[in-house]
Design a protein around this ligand. Structure first.
Ligand SMILES: [Zn+2]
Ligand SMILES: [Zn+2]
Length: 329
């Protein structure tokens, strides 16, 4: 089958790979759509070539259901990217991200994948595959889980730092919940996407001081919540400055150590600093319901490329001139 190989130095190639080996507890899937994730940019920009690719947001059609009683040939499915062991206490309640023996889905920028039955999620047939990628992957999963952790209320102001696909997804969900969303980024194109995803205000941090702008928008009160979706020390520090008294900062951009001053950053203003990773398999039915109620999550998708044009897809994504980019084998 064809699959994408990450070569590093901003190069990828499409080449022939062995077919996935399916055991009878797994579902063999013909991939119809695979999303490019920001987390793949480390490998793409790095200097070593990989044996395959890091794609992990996928939707497709069952071509062999193995021993499954839940899935059958021709079912439409998505795959949860975090593969829990399926046997532990956390896996039993559908919280694979908490499983101590979890693994991750192998590269999905390919024609086929074999996935354990308990990681597959059934997609209604009227839902397009690109939306299915968002519904069962990072695109909606990460922002949905954040929304459950933040529990935003209608009158609140929520800042989103970073207008990549994850920041945009958070913008869609938070604004759908009735929150006044302020998006901060340096990329004018992505800020315009943020507007179409529901942002009430956008701030280009190269043109305006975000702190002053948020003070003005909130009449001096600062934000109730701030979602940090960049993963840099300076943006996490900015997030802590943008929330007002009793505010919450939700860190979702992965990064290393950041110096925090407990007294001035947290204690003296009752600030909550929290983290949130991916979403729970068990949250999928509520995510699908939110989409059914009109959540315009598709707004984050800007591009579709055939698998064979993976290089163009990766370049466009890496250049920041795209929202969510979907590869279609
Ligand atoms: Zn991802
Ligand atoms: Zn487990």
């Amino acid at each position: 089958m064809l699959g994408v190989q990450i070569l590093g130095n901003e190069k990828v190639t499409v080449k022939d790979y062995p077919e996935p080996v399916q055991n009878r507890a797994e579902i063999l899937i013909q991939i119809k759509a695979s999303g490019i994730c920001g987390s793949e940019m480390h490998g793409y920009r790095g200097h070593t070539s990989q044996s395959f690719n890091g794609g992990h947001e996928v939707a497709g059609v069952v071509i062999d259901a193995g021993n499954s009683t839940q899935f059958k040939v021709d079912d439409h499915v998505g795959v949860h990217a975090v593969w829990g062991c399926g046997d532990c206490r956390w896996c039993e309640v559908g919280k694979y991200t908490f499983c101590d023996h979890r693994s991750t889905c192998p590269g999905t920028h390919a024609e086929r994948i074999s996935a354990p039955e308990h990681t597959c999620l059934k997609l209604p047939e009227d839902i397009p595959f690109d939306i299915g990628v968002l519904l069962t992957g990072d695109g909606m999963g990460v922002p949905y889980h954040v929304s459950q952790r933040l529990n935003s209320r209608e009158e609140e102001v929520v800042c989103v730092i970073g207008a990549g696909p994850i920041g945009l997804g958070n913008t869609v969900i938070q604004s759908f919940l009735g929150v006044e969303v302020v998006v901060i980024d340096m990329n004018p194109y992505r800020l315009s996407l943020a507007k179409s995803c529901g942002a009430a205000h956008t701030i280009n941090s190269q043109e305006a001081d975000p702190l002053e702008a948020v003070l003005e928008i909130t009449q001096g009160m600062l934000a109730d919540k701030c979602i940090e979706a960049v993963g840099r020390p300076e943006t996490l520090k900015l997030a802590l400055k943008l929330v007002g008294k009793a505010g919450t900062v939700m860190a979702i951009g992965e990064q290393g150590d950041v110096p925090i001053s407990p007294s001035s950053d947290l204690i003296r203003r009752d600030i909550t600093l929290a983290g949130s990773w991916f979403y729970h398999y068990s949250e999928y039915p509520s995510m699908r319901d939110l989409y059914r109620r009109g959540l315009p999550i598709g707004q984050v998708i800007t591009d579709h490329f055939p698998l064979l044009e993976a290089q163009a897809a990766f370049s466009k994504f890496a250049n920041g001139q795209a929202g969510k980019v979907i590869l279609e084998p």
